[in-house]
Design a protein around this ligand. Sequence first.
Ligand code: PLP
Length: 388
Amino acid sequence: MSDQSPFMPFLAPAPVTFVRGSGTDLWDIGGKHYLDFLGGLSVVALGHSHPAISAAIAHQCNTLMHVSNLFMNNRGADAAQRVNALLRDATGHAGQVFFTNSGAEANETALKLARKFGGRGRHVVVSAYGSFHGRTLATLAATGQPAKHEAFQPMPEGFRYVTFNDIAALDAALDPSVAAVLLEPVQGEGGVVPAEIDYLRAARTLCDERGALLMIDEIQTGFGRTGKWFGFQHAGIAPDVVTMAKAMGNGFPVGAVWARREIAAVFEPGDHGSTYSGNALATAVVSAVIDELRRIDAPALAAARGLGLSAKLAAIAGVESVRGRGLLLAVELAGGDSKTVQADLLAAGLVTNAVTATALRLAPPLTVSSAEIDEAVAILAGVLKARL
Ligand code: PLP
């Protein structure tokens, strides 16, 4: 960005300015059409400008947006019940929820919960190399990417990293100073790397043996994207704490942390809070999103469309392999150089993300149609063919 930019210089110059979206479609400021196969980074699960979500937002804006947390609003409890019901069904446990404005704040709350649960001397949180848990200081410290820490040293104390999908490493790391293990069911930012089923199961067993909490970060994977409501369900495990955001607002900024009731109970009034937690507008959106995701059976859609999409991608010349779960996929390119391919795809009207130097990430709306999948596959095949 030029030094005339009004924004802090965190991002590389953006190649496109979008002005409108509908379903999987996006249009830029020049009127050019794109297929959005990134879904706002796993956010827009129901597609852009979804009428039910837009209507819920408009209705709530015209009714009540916000009162302070000194009072209740009539929308927060509805949304909390919906989140608790999803997680009760997924884990078999009754739980409680705290709403946040973002994923990082959801993880930040989970980290505070782990510390309060463990107590002094038992406050270490173990996470995996390659993970991503947020950009606040504590969630950055929990993010197992040491290069991202460097500019901000010293990091908050009490974080330990282990090799992802290595059960022996996790076993060795869980000494009595550990309050919790924090894992993504699919490492999203780390390259769309699924946790192995046995790894998640071993993490559950080890946490039970050592008395540590198992906290699962579902911020990128939750709400159906992987083909189940939550990514941990692929392993049939029940975490103690689950964090979520992204798809739960379909583009409205909202997140949440859920914990089993007896664990949430370690929090006392005054331990934590946020002006906008449970805000009427945000929680009206959450309820509308969950209702719509349930109505369309989003996990089943993601599972079916994900299978179809990955089979078609794998058949393209120039694609080495496809990995991921449901509609959170990475396409490993035979020729590497994902950045150039991503740019060529954008020019050809397909939005993707170069998640590693050699792989593209795809996270289209779960409502993506078969025709849109065919169109996206044809665009990728064309771009890769032109490079052969
Ligand atoms: N955790 C995971 C797994 C994520 O993918 C992200 C964002 O990409 C975050 C946490 C941080 O969420 P937010 O950007 O809403 O703070």
